[in-house]
Design a protein around this ligand. Structure first.
Ligand code: ZN
Length: 152
């Protein structure tokens, strides 16, 4: 709303909400005069308020329309980088554990007679492991059998 200064020399553009429904005392920024500013008429106030609400809604709409683009670009960039480093670390740890397990398993298998003599309760485990090794041998010899005729 436009309000006139009490000095009648200046006009000011003020938001109707700032004056409020009940009016308020205002001061001219130029001549320092104070006066009680009557509120805008109810109808005028309503229109101004509606305009204000529309402006705020448009601001929110614009902010919402802009935010997803920013969030998407952030999400596309940061987490991918984050996951990759984590994945690499776990792969290394997993491979290290796997290699150590295989080596220690192979080592204990080679020395199974000694280990069984010290720990008889492990005989079931090693007989199972022996079965598995036999199966592997058979499996790979089958593959070798398939491959060898080509070489002959
Ligand atoms: Zn004034």
């Amino acid at each position: 709303m436009i309000i006139d200064c009490a000095c009648k020399k200046y006009k000011f553009a003020v938001k109707a909400e700032e004056i409020g429904i009940n009016g308020r005392v205002v001061q001219c920024g130029v001549c320092d005069q104070k006066w009680f500013q009557e509120p805008a008429s109810t109808e005028e106030f309503k229109v101004l308020k509606d305009n204000y609400i529309k402006e705020e809604e448009e601001k929110i709409k614009k902010a919402k329309a802009q935010k997803p683009i920013k969030e998407k670009s952030d999400k596309n960039y940061v987490p991918v980088k984050y996951e990759k480093t984590i994945e690499k670390d776990y792969t290394k740890i997993f491979l290290t554990i796997l290699v150590i397990s295989v080596i220690s398993l192979a080592f204990s298998f080679e020395n199974r007679e000694y280990i069984i003599s010290k720990n008889p309760e492990l005989i079931d485990f090693f007989s199972l492991l022996e079965e598995f090794v036999e199966y592997l041998k058979k499996y790979y010899s089958d593959i070798i059998d398939v491959l060898t005729p080509k070489q002959n």
